[in-house]
Design a protein around this ligand. Structure first.
Ligand SMILES: Cc1cc2nc3c(=O)[nH]c(=O)nc-3n(C[C@H](O)[C@H](O)[C@H](O)COP(=O)(O)OP(=O)(O)OC[C@H]3O[C@@H](n4cnc5c(N)ncnc54)[C@H](O)[C@@H]3O)c2cc1C
Length: 334
């Protein structure tokens, strides 16, 4: 029975693990090695790295850092999560695990469009996030793929970075509203409605977008807003509430609606950014530590140090005893 099991070793899970390891909690970090952070070769918006750092390097550093504080890590794909009284049972493809508290940091998957060239361009010239990537694309030719209000907002938002923005709907019904349609006109944003057949690129660097009809559109980068799939089935299976986008509902302490179950990072409604996921993970780790501390107080189960360790030289042993069987002398200062 672990104090805490964290499922997911992206930015949120690692950050929670760091806080819990440093709080001396028996913590196990389980992950399936699929953090989205690996898709980003050059993270420029994570504070503390003025020259940027790759997402993989951030994860590698995190793994080393949490191991330093005694957090154990295993690779496994978790299939189910159930409550057993006040504890949790977690079944993976390799093993079954038990824990007093669980933190879900399982992230989400951005759904890229199913078009030839997308896979190669992903992370190099095909992006999902304006805050992550627009700044480095100033003055470039940018295409936005989508046909709803969000796609129009993305296209308009890009005008802060470049004058050359095209909206690519790739067929299907246009679902932006009248106000958004007017903005497109007001800011002269061209809209290509033909189906996209391929992204032409060299080693992942986009050159043009080819359509079923008409001339290709030259572009250096494309953003897609097609949709996110939060990895919230474990939470759903144990009865935690989700919002209407499938994200796990949490309060300010990252508590889900199931007692003892916490969630952090992109699987919640947090804006999906690395530093935000890391911040949420830290807050979740702190909240779990506090929760376990309060539970120890209720159960009279905090460590109680031997009185002979209170010498001038400091503690000589790390042995702990039950406080109730060694009453302190009346004049002992605590
Ligand atoms: C192409 C691309 C570029 C990006 N660029 C940036 C950027 O420049 N800056 C930025 O701030 N953000 C960027 N992001 C977003 C960033 O990657 C996420 O915000 C961040 O990774 C979220 O962290 P997380 O811990 O919530 O989830 P993730 O990092 O995705 O981690 C999820 C973890 O859960 C595990 N997991 C999921 N389900 C299970 C299961 N059933 N069993 C076991 N393990 C499981 C996974 O293996 C993984 O370890 C980018 C994303 C993409 C796709």
């Amino acid at each position: 029975m672990r104090d805490v099991i964290i499922i997911g070793a992206g930015l949120a899970g690692l950050s929670a693990a760091l806080y819990l390891g440093r709080s001396k909690r028996d913590t196990l970090l389980i992950h399936s090695s699929r953090s989205m952070a690996k898709w980003e070769p050059q993270v420029e918006n994570y504070l503390g790295f003025p020259e940027g750092i790759s997402g993989s390097a951030l994860l590698d550093h995190g793994m080393i850092q949490v191991a330093k504080y005694g957090v154990e890590t295993v690779e496994d794909e978790i299939q189910s999560l159930r409550t057993r009284g006040e504890t949790f049972r977690i079944k993976g493809t390799r093993q079954t695990y038990d824990a007093k508290r669980v933190l879900l940091a399982t992230g989400l998957t951005h759904l890229p469009p199913d078009i030839p060239g997308v896979k190669q361009c992903l992370g190099t010239s095909l992006f999902f996030c304006k805050d992550c990537d627009a700044h480095r694309l100033q003055g470039k030719r940018i295409a936005i793929m989508g046909r709803n209000n969000e796609a129009v907002d993305y296209a308009l938002g890009m005008l802060m970075f470049t004058s050359c923005v095209t909206l690519v709907t790739s067929g299907g019904e246009l679902v932006w509203d009248e106000e958004h349609a007017q903005w497109l006109e007001e800011y002269h944003i061209p809209v290509r409605q033909e189906n996209v057949v391929t992204l032409n690129h060299t080693e992942g660097r986009l050159e043009s977008i080819e359509f079923v009809r008409g001339e290709p559109t030259k572009a250096d980068a494309i953003f897609t807003t097609r949709g996110d799939v939060p990895h919230s089935t474990l939470a759903e299976g144990v009865g935690a509430s989700l919002d209407n986008e499938g994200q796990i509902i949490v309060d300010a302490y990252l508590r889900t609606t199931v007692p003892g179950l916490y969630a952090a990072g992109c699987v919640t409604a947090a804006n999906c950014q690395m530093i935000i996921a890391a911040g949420q993970g830290a807050a979740g780790g702190q909240a779990i530590n506090r929760d376990l501390f309060e539970s120890s107080l209720r159960q009279h189960a905090l460590p109680c140090w031997r009185t002979d360790d209170r010498s001038d030289e400091g503690p000589r042993s790390t042995r702990t005893l039950k406080c109730s069987i060694i009453p302190l002398p009346v004049d002992t200062a605590i």
